[in-house]
Design a protein. Structure first.
Length: 388
């Protein structure tokens, strides 16, 4: 049976209404990816977050009344909640309460296919759960295995504190062994230049991977369709290199995931060239670029050479203004040509606009990739020109 949910966002001094609406759109997409149906959304302006419940008493009562009258299964907050806030809100509302991190971890658990991904996700889940166990989900026995309560492979997550501590130790040992194995595999790939596709989640990286490597990598219009890094050998004009499709980044990426997915993210750290894929049709694409750049900085990858690829030209749209319209222009009025001119002028890195779906500008992208890979290869092997 499909579970129902309401989503909750707070408007702070740093965030305007438009931003919060975009955030709630993303949260709804996350909830749907996890398998829930979102039936309503609530917002409240909060200048000083309530340390006990994040939102005010009146808003909490409004949500509780709606949840009770409509038999909603869970309430999902866009902000991370402290263990105290989680307990207090659940006690006041009477149904399961999830925060953004819990929801993302649940999606990762659902998406994990390989043994390696499952170990990484399970470790991240337990690191998140451990400080939140006291009084958490008091109705747990009535709702086994729902969203937020399942581990990889639909297994119910453990809730005994002592068992969890032992499990965390065991998972860390397993992960350490796998990390060593993955490191050896990367070292055995030889001298080929390594290129990593990076970007916000659901921007079309896997579609690009399929197109460039002529192989089938799972691609779907859902968040976090790719968890396991896929690496393929690609040849452009007789120049071979390794191309890796990596896990998508997202706003407020849980730090437990960053820790657990160390080896997966090492593909990014150890790459020679980053291809930063952007969804140009998304209203918040500039903030998504900032999120990815900040995540790359956190991974100590900010200084790597980058090709900026604006994908989904085919889905871009804007609102044209009438000639006699004297009102100030907004972001909605900016045309694709305007964006192309401004980004190509101000961007220090190579930059290209494409449609992976319609294969627009793909040959130009390949030429750009070839030039960058050739330059890296030549700097590494100045006397080895047999490849090109």
């Amino acid at each position: 049976m499909v579970e129902t949910a309401v989503v909750v966002g707070v408007i702070t001094q740093r965030q305007d209404l438009r931003t919060v609406l975009d955030y709630l759109d993303e949260l709804e997409f996350l909830a749907e990816t996890a398998g829930a149906t979102v039936v309503n959304r609530f917002m409240q302006r909060v200048d000083d977050a309530n340390p006990g419940t994040l939102i005010g008493k009146g808003k909490l009562e409004e949500i509780q009344l709606y949840v009770e009258e409509n038999e909603v299964d869970m309430v999902i907050f866009d902000d991370d909640l402290t263990p105290t806030q989680l307990r207090n809100i659940e006690k006041a509302i009477g149904v399961r309460v999830l925060d953004r991190t819990n929801l993302i971890l649940d999606i990762f658990a659902k998406r994990a296919q390989t043994a390696y991904a499952k170990v990484q996700v399970e470790l991240a889940q337990y690191l998140y759960l451990l400080p939140r166990l006291a009084g958490l989900w008091t109705h747990l026995e009535r709702q086994r295995g729902g969203i937020g309560l399942r581990g990889p492979g639909e297994r119910e997550i453990e809730t005994d504190r002592r068992v969890i501590r032992d499990r965390i130790s065991k998972l860390k040992e397993e992960l350490h062994a796998i990390d060593r194995q993955m490191q050896t595999q990367r070292q055995n790939r030889g001298k080929l230049v390594r290129v990593a596709l990076v970007g916000y989640t659901n921007v079309g990286k896997s579609t690009m991977m399929n197109m460039l490597s002529k192989s089938e990598v799972f691609a779907e219009n859902k968040l976090f369709a790719t968890l396991d890094t896929t690496t393929r050998k690609v040849v452009i004009e007789n120049l071979p290199f390794l191309l890796s499709d990596t896990v998508g980044f997202i706003r407020k990426l849980p730090h437990h995931l960053v820790e657990s997915f160390k080896s997966t993210l090492d593909e990014v750290r150890e790459s020679d060239l980053l291809v930063h894929v952007v969804d140009i049709s998304h209203a918040g694409f500039e903030e998504q670029i900032e999120v990815v750049n900040q995540t790359l900085a956190d991974l100590k990858c900010a200084e790597k050479p980058v090709i900026l690829v604006f994908n989904k030209m085919d889905a871009f749209s804007h609102v044209e203004k009438e000639e006699d319209d004297l009102t100030p222009s907004t972001k909605e009025n900016i045309s694709l040509d305007d964006l192309m001119n401004s980004w190509m002028a101000k961007n220090n890195n190579p930059c290209i606009f494409i449609s992976a779906k319609n294969k627009t500008n793909i040959e130009a992208l390949k030429e750009m990739l070839y030039a960058q890979v050739k330059e890296i290869h030549a700097s590494r092997f100045p006397y080895n020109d047999f490849l090109y």
